[in-house]
Design a binder for this molecule. Structure first.
Ligand SMILES: [Mg+2]
Length: 339
């Protein structure tokens, strides 16, 4: 592979290296190869017992440093330290975003980034002391996409969205990844954004970004929300149906939508993502914790007052329960959910 795009935090802004064997490009290639390391791959570390309230999944860099999946993973893949994205991939996809997978497709456990815990591990949501599972709402099985969040975004609860006239839900922005692969909790994948749905969940703005894994075989043919409609018939309708009804089995009313449940296109989606990225920036730059209780501890944001050392990050994980044998899932859950 002669053509590479290199961008590192310190050395390059962005260098596009052409395939022609001109003297200039040769020297660039040799300079580049010195700094060309494999792309940052993230690792996970499980703590506590799976299927229990003490279970946590922490994220680490490939060299073993603990990070926050909320704050330390760049929103834009191109901003990743030592990022090497082939230009063909960049050209085909436009902006590529990182996505943190919380809930694998077809599963029911509501796994999520714990925004109010140091280093924001992934854990299962707990309601009234019990682990939370979403019901299977006919004809769906669990979550019908790989569901997760875009890192470095935040739906500010103090900000009233001008489109939905509702406040943010105090979480990173949610993503439904519609590729065919079933991902795993804690996996960081690269996605292309296709559109967005404006869910109003119990009076809060809760945007749902529709995206596709750039590694998916269908990725090159999916470039807009209209493409999804054509190439994956029924997907968008099922998505609206799912969000409308998913809390009904818990005794809640059907959810409402902005724009009458119409999906907005890719450009609109990217604007929403950019605004949630700017709210996140303000969040991690503020001087102290506020009543939204978001923990901003991070290991990579040099300008943030919440940046901690590698030792402090390790100490956070060491205080948690060590990994243990998975607990059996409660029979009460089996009554309603096929796991
Ligand atoms: Mg949300």
């Amino acid at each position: 592979m002669c053509s590479v795009i290199i961008r590192t935090a310190t050395k390059f802004s962005a260098a596009f290296i052409p395939t022609q064997s001109s003297r200039k490009s040769k020297s660039l290639i040799s300079a580049a190869s010195v700094h060309m390391r494999k792309m940052v791959h993230y690792l996970t570390e499980q703590r506590g017992r799976p299927n229990s309230t003490d279970y946590r999944i922490y994220l680490k860099t490939s060299d073993g440093k603990y990070i926050s999946p909320f704050h330390d993973i760049p929103l834009y893949v191109a901003d990743e330290q030592d990022c090497v994205v082939p230009p063909k991939k960049m050209k085909m996809n436009g902006i590529i975003f990182n996505m943190v997978v919380e809930v694998p497709r077809w599963s029911n456990a509501k796994m999520e980034i714990a925004t109010k815990e140091p280093l924001n591990p992934i854990r299962q949501d707990v309601k009234k002391g019990k682990l939370r599972y979403v019901a299977n709402v006919f004809p769906h099985k669990g979550y019908i996409w790989n569901y997760g969040a875009l890192p470095q975004t935040w739906e500010d609860p103090k900000h009233t969205d001008k489109e939905t006239m509702c406040c943010g839900d105090n979480d990173p922005i949610d993503v439904c990844e519609i590729g065919s692969k079933v991902c795993v909790t804690g996996q960081v994948i690269q996605v292309k954004v296709l559109g967005i749905l404006g869910l109003i969940d119990e009076g809060e703005t809760d945007w749902k970004v529709i995206a596709i894994n750039v590694e998916d075989p269908d990725s090159s043919s999916l470039n807009s929300i209209e493409d999804v409609r054509k190439i994956k018939p029924g997907h968008l309708e099922a998505t609206v149906d799912w969000f409308k009804k998913y809390k009904v089995p818990d005794g809640k009313p059907e959810n409402q939508f902005a724009f009458n449940g119409q999906f907005k296109d890719k450009d609109f989606a990217i604007e929403v993502i950019k605004s949630t990225h700017s709210y996140w920036k303000a969040l991690v730059m503020r001087k102290k914790m506020k009543d939204d209780e978001i923990v901003c501890q991070n290991s990579s944001l040099c300008d943030s007052p919440f940046k901690c050392s590698d030792e402090e990050a390790s100490a956070v994980v060491e205080t948690t329960a060590e990994y243990g044998e998975p607990l059996p899932v409660s029979p009460e859950v089996d009554k309603w959910h096929f796991l």
